[in-house]
Design a protein around this ligand. Sequence first.
Ligand SMILES: [Zn+2]
Length: 251
Amino acid sequence: MLAQLLKDELSALGIQTVDIDENGYLMATLPAHPDAPPETPVIGFLAHLDTATEMMAENVSPKVTENYQGDDIVLTDAHAEAEGKAVVLSPRDFPALLQYKGHTLITTDGTTLLGADDKAGIAEIITAIEYLLHHPDIVHGTIRFAFTPDEEIGRGPHHFDVNRFAATYAYTVDGGPIGELQYESFNAAQATITIYGKNIHPGTAKGKMVHATKLALAFQATLPERESRSPKPTQISLCAGFGFGTVMSLI
Ligand SMILES: [Zn+2]
């Protein structure tokens, strides 16, 4: 639905090659400038169509704060404030706000999700395409761009057809402060490891009982430090070794 709206908008801009595949992935092309050398690599830009699912994302009514001065922004209206239900966006909680003094900030009004993740990415890509269309003096190679579903549920890349996209290099425009470029990401692969200790009657356990926790800690210590700083804690279920063979704890 959203992909279809964007397809219509892109067609109205003059982008002729816009396709939406059966999985809802929109892909489009801005052809190379006639003066671009033929070896110019195809550059891709991506953004995701879906927004976070945790908050209400319908009937969004953005709040615009012009010439932001670094103060707290009361998102909700005076009525909510009178009831003590004001929602405040404060640099105390989000120090990065102070980098945007003098800017115009677009935020939620505190009642719904804003959804700038990743509507802002889509708007930025379309604005860039529009700019290039209106400035034929800028020489550029072929630009491919794609808007994808299901990023917020971790399935954005699952049906992304890399060959169909056919970009030599590509950038995802999604979140992050102005000027930040991320060139690598953690691997969110998951493994469930169950570690069994050795349970023995305490009377004869000396030198024989093996505690599952100690094994888990030894295993954890073998993971290369640089490659195992996962944003989520390592989870290992521990069975037996001490107690009666039940799961004992999670690290
Ligand atoms: Zn995002």
